[in-house]
Design a protein. Structure first.
Length: 139
């Protein structure tokens, strides 16, 4: 998935690092989740003039976690509280629909998404999705 955005990252003097510590199987609509991850990584890249986006995948309790961290401009607390609202965006040309749709897709997968950010430091997005503990045999 990050291969799709490598060219965009290189153009912006950025790089994307993948750290996958656990293999996780989830029951999902693959294209919908790709849309979420592409949207979030693209947002991270757009928040930076140079730097790194780190994508980590790990198990945490009952969830598979996808963590996307950037070294961008960060988001102030007031704006952070409004993320995911329809038509609210921190970008001048943004519509706010990308994050709203991303929130809905994650909720449809019985997951949740959270943001932590510090102005001038960067933003961390955590996407929690329930994972399949044992293979399911459907006959």
């Amino acid at each position: 998935m990050t291969l799709l955005l490598d060219t965009h990252a290189n153009y912006k003097n950025c790089r994307i690092i993948n750290e996958i510590s656990d293999e996780i199987t989830i029951f999902c609509e693959e294209n919908a989740l790709k849309q979420v991850f592409i949207n979030l990584i693209q947002n991270a890249l757009e928040s930076m003039s140079k730097g790194t986006v780190k994508v980590t995948v790990e198990k945490r309790n009952e969830y598979g976690m996808v963590i996307i961290e950037d070294e961008g401009c960060g988001i102030d607390e007031q704006s952070l509280a409004r993320l995911g609202e329809p038509f609210y965006s921190t970008k001048q040309t943004g519509t706010g629909l990308g994050l709203m749709i991303s929130y809905r897709i994650i909720e449809q997968h019985q997951g949740h998404i959270s943001f932590a950010s510090k102005v001038g430091v960067g933003t961390k997005v955590e996407i929690a999705l329930p994972y399949i503990k044992e293979p399911v045999n459907i006959s």
